[in-house]
Design a binder for this molecule. Structure first.
Ligand code: FE2
Length: 177
């Protein structure tokens, strides 16, 4: 039984504040992609959807003279680190089991390697899924962060995704009993 739903996470003021900064449409779409990939691969849909939803919650706005400054962003960005800790705190606050909160937080920490030294990370399937779900929704020049979605559409899609995760959990429970 899930202790925390996507709806609870999405409606929390912290999520609302930071998701609007990095784009609610992008967050919802990445959550949907990640959940679909997880279902296809037999991985944990709940973790994938939560990490997908919250993966960019650590973004800071790097503007100079009212314009987005890519150089400043590249130089200073730690959004995956910030996002992992912010998501971890939020999940615990809502009552998530600490081990689950850690799994989701690490998937967020590793969803991009743009801030890490050169090299190849051996991602586990959940971490790779969140990375691929993010990439699948990326648009040139970061346009995916500015795509619009009405709050009611976003909420409806989040609730629908909760239902999919729960239906999948029920199916898995039936198959193992
Ligand atoms: Fe992203």
């Amino acid at each position: 039984m899930r202790k925390v739903t996507l709806e609870q996470l999405f409606l929390h003021p912290i999520a609302q504040k930071y998701l609007s900064r990095s784009g609610i449409a992008h967050a919802v779409t990445v959550a949907e992609h990640a959940a679909a990939y997880a279902q296809r691969e037999g991985e944990n849909m709940d973790f994938a959807a939560k990490a997908g939803l919250l993966h960019d919650i650590g973004h800071y706005t790097w503007y100079r003279d009212g314009e987005w400054d890519t150089a400043l962003y590249r130089q200073n960005d730690i959004h995956a680190i910030k996002g992992a800790t912010r998501a971890h705190k939020l999940l615990l606050q809502l009552g998530e089991h600490p081990a689950n909160a850690k799994t989701v937080a690490i998937a967020i920490l590793l969803h991009t390697d743009s801030y890490l030294p050169e090299g190849k990370l051996a991602l586990n399937p959940l971490q790779r899924i969140v990375h691929e779900a993010d990439e699948a929704d990326e648009e040139p020049n970061g346009a995916h962060h500015y795509r619009k979605m009405t709050p009611s559409t976003a909420l409806a899609r989040i609730i629908a995704l909760d239902h999919k995760v729960e239906a999948n959990d029920r199916l898995n429970a039936q198959q193992t009993s």
